[in-house]
Design a protein around this ligand. Sequence first.
Ligand code: GLC
Length: 736
Amino acid sequence: MEKQKLQQLLADMSLKEKVDQMLQLSGAFYLGDENQVLTGPARDMGLQKEDLEMAGSILGAAGAKTLMRLQDDYMKKQPHHIPMLFMMDVIHGMKTIFPMPLAQGATFHPELSKECAHAAAKEASVMGLHVTFSPMVDLVRDARWGRVMESTGEDPYLNSCFAKAMVEGFQGENPGEKGRVASCVKHFAGYGGAQAGRDYNTVELSEHTFREFYLPAYQAGIDAGAELVMTSFNTINGIPASTNKWLMRDVLRGEMGFDGVLISDFSAILETVAHRSSADECEAAVKALEAGVDIDMMTSVYSANLCRLVEEGKVQESLIDEAVGRILELKNKLGLFENPYKDADPEKENEVILCEEHRALARKTAAESFVLLKNDGILPLDLNKKIAFVGPYTENQEIKSSWSFTGDAKDCVTVKSAAREVFHPERTSYHNGCPVIGRDVELIGFTGTEEHKISEKELRIMEEEALTLAKEADLVVMPLGEHYLQSGEASSRAMLDIPEIQMELFRKVCRVNPNVVVVLFSGRPLDLREISAKARAILEVWFPGTEGGHAIVDVLTGKSNPSGKLPMSFPYCVGQVPVHYNEYSTGRPNLPGMKEKFRSKYLDIPNAPLYPFGYGLSYTDFEISPVRLDQNQMDQEGTITARVTVKNIGNCSGTEVVQLYLRDNYSSVVRPVKELKGFKRVTLLPGEEKEAVFVISEEMLRFYREDGSYGSEKGTFRVMIGNSSTVTDGAEFELV
Ligand code: GLC
């Protein structure tokens, strides 16, 4: 629809009709018994039948037939036949579930994530969806926070690369195109900084840190064209994001140039009353509208108050016109006025979802996401050996992560089913050994099989059987780890341990067989000290998604050589958290080998994480030469080219992620000891060598200076290029 017609449509709409466009309700309100809804949750929210009928968008419903019917019903009743928007959390896949985002971050392969996002968009759009609440681009440093699984990690540059790739994957050139959906970058802003890693907790960040570390990835998503941004639950400078005018008007729309739809997180506007920064819903409505929030997700704060507030002269109708104008513009960009169903296609649906192409992509991405943390040579497995798979993820289809409810566990390939396709049936045995969690773990909302409620006797039998198989085998592969509901939203943990019931099994197996390989399922970095001490190899597989079992067997057998690198530090123990590689040196750095007391260190543990950012092993070995610079001086307009030669000195092909780190040797404000500014995946045959070339520009040296301006400062810099963030050797250059 042309712009002029859209403006005319807005002008023709009644005030109530406009306010209805700013209301988003759950699809559950439309799929159940209407009377039950109206006398139940809708009434509790102060919603009338008319609100349900006129809400401008729905979240959490999918299915071509269902959404086409809802659209028909809605447009018949909508006075101007304006189409509804259908949105959903398609976080890392729709029906084909790809590795969780933190795992995708471990690939250091944003282009692959772009393909995954595109595949997810094809499945979501054919099922009738228009918008996905993804990517989540919050920087994370605290493994206690359950939503680290939804982020791509602790580095602003890496997160920015993935934010861009995922938005482009979902939207393409135009989200109105077939097989695309509009992308909603979230949660704006700083949500990952929750104090003590406790979800929804207060965020206290200096503006310097906020701008240096937390904002870049949102900017990358916006620059990639994200059509929506979602507000976060937390406060920034003591004001909840959803009513924070500075954050939303000055920063997001002013400085960052975002002109799309701003949607609140689930009931986040209403929750400003609980924050005690809004006296009541009325004030919350005024503040959120003035902050520029266009859609109120799942409360009636807007729909129950805005019309009256306009009539009482307490808010300007122009603010509502501004918000509704953006909502109509989004519907127009998606082509919904011409084709309200967009890509919804009941026939095509079954061809697209879980198609072989998507499964193959999920398998490839999962294999690339795995991080080999330890290996004394026992991997890749010798298939002539007698192998026992013992652990609760041997035969467990819940390997999608907690943020993938659109997919079905029944579609997931287990370790066992994949292994049976490859391993010799007479030389291979399988046993879960114990439940994923014991009675000591409570998981609210866990509706799975109450397997962990088995009796002591049954548990003993399970263990006996498993230990017998472990004893008889040459080596034991132990698929174990967190329960999938132990990470994700509202799933913060004060301890970073693997469920005790599994650790007991692990210890018993190690006592009967020293040749143990741990395949670790987790939604976050964990405390791996004991496992690292006893296992001969550790492969971190995160929650690998639909093709997890196949990908794990591909890597265990050497069909795929692991190349993943940690996107987030694995702490020595929870007491070290938050821990991240790009820290400041402090005035008393505890440098390697120092024995002095008065240094920045602990009495009881080392400063270094157990496994650092950027770390990951391969089945082969790579040699990276010293850094070569084409010059050692550059001015503001200049560039410096840094080169290293990477050689595969092992006996199998592999991919090394070569990482470029820069350090500003002196600056007016303290700077990180090093910062990731580039990375390249270099694939080499045995004996082959290639050059990795990085061009360093002045832009890469910029930061928020003492006066708050963003730019570089003259002086010397150190260039370090290596295979993890522990690299220190390098070369120096000067910015003049
Ligand atoms: C949740 C999450 C957000 C999600 C939204 C809709 O509370 O914070 O990430 O997109 O609600 O499900």
